[in-house]
Design a protein around this ligand. Structure first.
Ligand code: SAM
Length: 260
């Protein structure tokens, strides 16, 4: 079959990598796995061996010839754009313990997919995704790293994000232009006590201009309140956002919004 570039179709052909991804998913028989973009089913076939409920969303109906053979009592394929799927409705009659979401994601919509899933408020235990390596680095970055930014802190609010392993271009057919990596997002137990909207806006503003200082990026906020936190941590007011940990951002948020 001719892979459709416009749908991000780079099929995983490396058996060891398929095995490694499968092993990193802890799902048991009474759990539910949602797979995004099963493609020709290389990962789906391995996932089926876990005997969990398996619900796959694939946009490309031409893949039916590969995927329909995989349907059984516990495996369902839904031919639909994941971004308009009514997942809550699709899973409402399945009685499962834990929910896992996996996928070798179409790279052109990696972040929209993850944000879409987060906004559905599904109670997901873990998400395991193949993404572009550069994106994996941003998602799992630590403070003081070049890749650390607002998306890192946004995801961190919900999950503990780990880069599991790198995947070479040559593990796919057709070979993509970029290197890849598999990441794990595990549901976080202790989320910061913040109003999400205000906190995410603060973070977006703090990282708005990459080369500017925190002070410059937060010039629409009462900087004395920001500075009080910086001074408490013996930090200079010329500091840049990428140097600040989540804890400090949460303290800054509390100071600005007068929340304790
Ligand atoms: N899982 C397969 C594999 O590892 O070989 C295919 C991975 S390929 C990178 C991405 C898959 O996502 C393709 O099968 C593509 O058709 C599908 N896809 C692209 N956009 C999608 C969307 N909006 N909703 C659901 N599936 C989509």
């Amino acid at each position: 079959m001719n892979a459709k570039k416009s749908l991000g179709q780079n099929f995983l052909i490396d058996k060891q990598i398929i095995e490694k991804i499968t092993e990193s998913i802890q799902a048991k028989e009474n759990d539910l796995i949602i797979e995004i973009g099963p493609g020709m089913g290389s990962l789906t076939k391995k996932l089926k061996k876990k005997k969990a409920f398996l619900l796959c969303y694939e946009i490309d109906q031409d893949l039916k010839v590969y995927l329909n053979d995989l349907i059984d009592d516990k495996t369902k394929i839904i031919y639909q754009d994941i971004l308009s799927a009514n997942i809550l409705n699709d899973i409402k009659d399945i009685s499962y313990n834990n929910l896992y979401i996996v996928g070798n994601l179409p790279y052109y919509i990696t972040t929209p997919i993850i944000k879409y899933l987060i906004n559905l408020n599904l109670d997901v235990k873990e998400m395991i995704f193949m993404v572009q390596e550069e994106v994996a680095n941003r998602f799992a970055a630590l403070p003081k790293c070049r890749d650390y930014g607002s998306i890192t802190l946004y995801l961190k609010y919900y999950f503990d994000v780990t880069k599991l392993f790198k995947v070479s271009k040559t593990c796919f057919n057709p070979i993509p232009k970029v290197e890849s990596a598999v990441i794990k997002l595990s549901k976080r137990v202790n989320q910061p006590h913040v109003n999400k909207e205000d906190y995410f806006k603060l973070i977006n503003d703090a990282f708005r201009m990459k080369r500017k200082t925190l002070k410059n990026n937060l010039k629409d906020y009462e900087f004395a309140k920001v500075n009080a936190i910086l001074q408490k941590h013996k930090l200079n007011d010329t500091i840049r956002s990428e140097e600040l940990s989540e804890d400090i951002f949460v303290e800054i948020y509390h100071s600005i919004f007068n929340v304790n």
